[in-house]
Design a protein around this ligand. Sequence first.
Ligand code: SAM
Ligand code: MD0
Ligand code: SF4
Length: 376
Amino acid sequence: MSAHTHRLTALLAAIEQGITPEKPDIAWLLEQRDPLNTARLFAAARSVRQRHFGNQVFFYGFLYFSTHCRNNCRFCRYRRANTSLKRYRKTKEQILSAAMEMATAGVHLIDLTMGEDPDIVGGTQSQIQAWLEMIRSVGQQTHLPVMISPGSVSSDVLADLARAGVTWYACYQETHNEQLYDTLRPGQNFHRRMSGKYRARDLGLLVEEGILTGVGETAADLADSIDFMKRFAVDQARVMRFVPQSGIPMARTVSPGRGDERVTIAVMRLVMPDVLIPASLDVDGLAGLAERLDAGANVVTSIVPPLAGLAGVANPVLDIAEAGRTLAKVIPVLHRCNLVPAAAEDYQAWVTRRQAMHRSSDLCRSFFSREPAPCA
Ligand code: SAM
Ligand code: MD0
Ligand code: SF4
């Protein structure tokens, strides 16, 4: 057996016994490209997923309701400086109708995503109130949990969102290398973006964290991100491969092969066995779904109604008008991967257990922090 194979065997055996790999080992796992080794990683990730989630998969309806943005992220076509773009801001009625369409089709959650729209998060009190009202109505009318992806918002706005009944706060750091972050998200304070996640956790919201690959990161950077996700106990952990866009500074940045995203998904699953990990339709569309599920993902995200005039992010139009991002197209792929759609109650039960887990670890923390220090 080569030293390489031996190391992989030892690491997978340790993971099987519940031992979390150290950062250098995580980085090493992330660098695996030999098809024999990656096949073993994917198989191990599927077996860990099976243990924690059985063969059930969750579905997220994606509703990108405002593409206006005050920021200038270098990787994003919706950046403020991109004037070649036709932007939209959907009305409450349009949003409710698209959300109902996806709820009726059987999604488990509605993800309300927006640019940092100056007329909403940067807006007047009454604009913010109308936005909160819209969010509350989406939850009430669909009877589904709501995720909000609003970018970096103030502590008060996060509290308003929790009061509006939101279940999830999604906010992707992209990288936890502060220097790289500053080049990707210029003018957006690294620590402010991070602190929103702690605040959301304190408010009882579940938190999704995310990383981008192919943006100049090293394997050690990715390992740092995965290590943060593990220590913070994120509830959902995402990776997306950077997709070059016209009209942005990174238009000519070459994205690595799709293997990278699969390996990162598998390593995230091995390090964080019990969290939700998306297979996003936004990067490679329906054609890229099976390989992400085979790497250990257990949520299909970026399900979009075909005729509502809604866009994707990494790929604004891919598969949308063709109805490729619908459950009718997704479910047969699941079956081919020996997976099945979860029931709505199973998703709700997972959310409730996860919220209870955070509440009890908060309780433990506050109990122990009142204890006198052992040597005082
Ligand atoms: N505006 C909010 C924000 O930035 O947090 C919400 C939108 S957020 C869901 C958009 C995410 O899509 C980014 O955080 C990034 O991870 C991903 N994304 C944006 N442009 C991308 C691209 N060209 N390729 C791949 N992923 C991209
Ligand atoms: C997705 N296009 O799930 C969406 C988006 C935002 N919370 C998610 C990046 O892939
Ligand atoms: Fe705006 Fe979000 Fe795109 Fe950045 S990633 S430019 S904050 S929409």
